[in-house]
Design a binder for this molecule. Structure first.
Ligand SMILES: Cc1ncc(COP(=O)(O)O)c(C=O)c1O
Length: 382
């Protein structure tokens, strides 16, 4: 017989999640997850799916093509884009100025692409002229991929200008909008982004687990004319039959409660108003950045390209950055991030996303950081 004397009780502590994501879940979104479960083939659920698609289209500002949430991580949303738009031997140009650009390049290589990387140092953005020059050098390129909001460095790429310059180009444009969707100005339709993907755990303030995507009509044409099949789980045309076409056709069992969460997160995003939400994130990020610089901290991202929802701060010389992060968590209940991957310079990454995109939250983080640093054996800041 199994003895079950002391089974652990689930008891996570409250945290203020101000790292690179996930962010705290909006309480209304958590409440939505307690609503009655429907089956994945229930016609009432299929109506809810259509509402989600409609709200997603408005949030992406998408005009045509296919919009839906994949039931997967942001990384898998990235991979789904490559899996659908790239075939072995295709040339893909990838902008790499941090961890996530490098990940796109790695995934594209695994799908047999001939990858042309256009690099910039951590903290710098890649000039669009350099990306466009590679497209000129590689007229056979099928796809150009860029990270709109590089969470590993705090850089916002000028995506609108890139998309405008690529108008009429045969290569499709794929954008990683994981940290920009719902928090930074983004108009996939008007700008002409062909494949955009995001996640639920950042500016939407929902739990992790889904990856909203927007696919242009041009990209769908590309998918329809593929020579090789796409992996079953990423087959967007089959997923369209469940999410959009009616009667809905089974593809896999949908994560019903995550769909409720996304429904509520989108409703709240649109209710706030996209412009207002972008501007709230911008105000909060600018406030945090000003407070940090006033204290002599050095920000990693070049000033003209700073991202609002995520600020990367260089760890001052002689300070143990990881220890500071631990103390922020243990003594103040605040999570901030560190550098991502072995190539990253020593940094802290502070996220103000979703409900946390406020000056008050920024002030709480800065006050805790002041307290911790004052007690650390560290040289004075410049
Ligand atoms: C810019 C960017 N792209 C992709 C991802 C991957 O998302 P996930 O961790 O959900 O797989 C992240 C995660 O932080 C990210 O910030």
């Amino acid at each position: 017989m199994w003895m079950t004397p002391d089974l652990p009780v689930l008891d996570p502590q409250e945290r203020l999640l101000c790292g690179p994501g996930p962010t705290n879940v909006d309480p209304a979104v958590l409440d939505a997850m307690r609503k009655p479960m429907l089956g994945h083939l229930d016609p009432d659920l299929h109506e809810i799916l259509l509402d989600v698609v409609d709200m997603l289209r408005r949030t992406w500002r998408s005009r045509d093509g296919l919009v839906l949430p994949l039931h997967c991580t942001g990384t898998a949303g990235m991979e789904a884009g490559i899996a659908n738009l790239v075939e072995p031997g295709d040339t893909v140009v990838v902008g790499v100025c941090g961890y996530f650009g490098r990940r796109i390049a790695e995934i594209a290589r695994r799908y047999g692409a001939n990858v042309v990387e256009v690099e910039a140092d951590w903290g710098e953005s890649i000039p669009n002229q350099r990306l466009l020059a590679e497209l000129d050098r590689h007229p056979e390129a099928r796809l150009l991929a860029i990270v709109h909001a590089e969470t590993s460095t705090g850089i916002e790429h000028p995506l609108a200008e890139l998309a405008e310059a690529m108008a009429g180009c045969s290569a499709l444009l794929m954008a990683d909008c994981v940290t920009s969707f719902g928090g930074v100005e983004l108009e996939t339709g008007a700008w002409g982004v062909d494949y955009a993907y995001s996640c639920t755990q950042k500016c939407l303030a929902a739990p992790p687990g889904m990856s909203p995507i927007a696919v242009s009509e041009r990209a769908l044409e590309r998918i329809r004319s593929r020579r090789t099949p796409v992996p079953f789980s990423f087959d967007l045309l089959m997923l369209e039959q469940y999410w959009v076409e009616r009667p809905a056709v089974y593809h896999h069992t949908a994560p019903i409660l995550s769909i409720y969460a996304l429904h509520e997160a989108l409703r709240r995003t649109l209710d706030e108003g996209l412009e207002e939400r972008w501007s709230r994130h911008s105000r909060a990020g600018l406030h945090l950045q000003a407070e940090l610089e006033e204290r002599g901290h050095e920000l990693l991202a070049e000033p003209a390209r700073r991202l609002a929802p995520l600020t990367a701060v260089r760890v001052p010389d002689g300070v143990d950055g990881k220890r500071v992060q631990q103390r922020m968590l243990r003594e103040h209940g605040i999570e901030i991030g560190g550098g991502l991957g072995p190539a990253a310079p020593a940094m802290w990454r502070v996220g103000l996303m979703g409900c946390n995109a406020t000056a008050e939250t920024a002030d709480r983080v800065v006050a805790a950081l002041d307290t911790v640093l004052a007690e650390e054996p560290a040289p004075a800041l410049a």
